[in-house]
Design a protein around this ligand. Sequence first.
Ligand code: NAP
Length: 264
Amino acid sequence: MSFKNKVVIVTGASSGIGAATAIAFSKEGARVTIVGRNQEKLRYVSEQCSAVGSKPLVITADVTNDEDLKKIVHGTIKHFGKLDVLVNNAGIFSIDKILSENVVDSFDKVIATNLRSAVYLTHLAAPHLIETKGNIVNVSSIVGKRVTIENCFAYHTSKAGLDHFTKCVALELAPKGVRVNSVNPGFVRTDIMQVLGVKKEAQEDFWDSMTKTSPLGKVADSEEIADLILFIASDKGRSITGSSFVSDNGAILVPHLGNIELQA
Ligand SMILES: NC(=O)c1ccc[n+]([C@@H]2O[C@H](COP(=O)([O-])OP(=O)(O)OC[C@H]3O[C@@H](n4cnc5c(N)ncnc54)[C@H](OP(=O)(O)O)[C@@H]3O)[C@@H](O)[C@H]2O)c1
């Protein structure tokens, strides 16, 4: 799966799935733009990319800011001269109930981060991807396919929207030779709960509970999701578009995964 001379943007590359994806692309010879807000974490990922491949372009950006999104695409084209693959991975989890106070503020933040950013970045990147006959991989979730856990309707809704967006844009861009797909992970042990401000003990309870409930008795590593992203983005996936790929240890098959009341 060589990505030699390919240029790849990975959003949310400072941590978890995005970091593993950026490192995996670097290892396969790609020139990578890594995007996030946390400069210290980006520096660490940059070092890891450099250790296995070439030095990435680091762009500090907030994906909820339109000017920052322009900076990601323009900066990449200026630095590398083209774009072959866009991975819309940046995302946040959120705990929401429709009866909660400030629910709309929380909903807006989740949609801006998980869905609107992918829409605008895709709009900005598409002309460049048409030139290279490139492709897009959106990092969705099993929650886009099924309501799996309670008390996080904004997150579920953002990922369901991302799945439909993936299919609509795949149809629009197919005649121009651009493929658009999603990966839909189940539970992957990353910083996602820590970022939410969930206490360490509650985080451990969450991962334990998801491990026990999972049919394969485990949660996934970020590297496994990265492998799947690379396969879809590579020439091996050349006939795949408008598809979504679940990697979830069978979690989607479980009738009731739990009622999560994580105390932040
Ligand atoms: N972990 C799971 O169980 C799981 C399951 C299914 C799907 N997913 C999806 O996988 C993706 C990656 O999540 P993860 O689990 O790897 O979580 P993570 O370790 O918390 O990483 C999230 C990444 O998104 C970035 N990000 C968040 N808000 C941002 C913003 N406003 N602007 C720029 N970057 C932003 C973070 O960067 P900074 O903090 O540096 O800004 C970080 O690099 C998300 O879309 C998530 O919904 C995760």
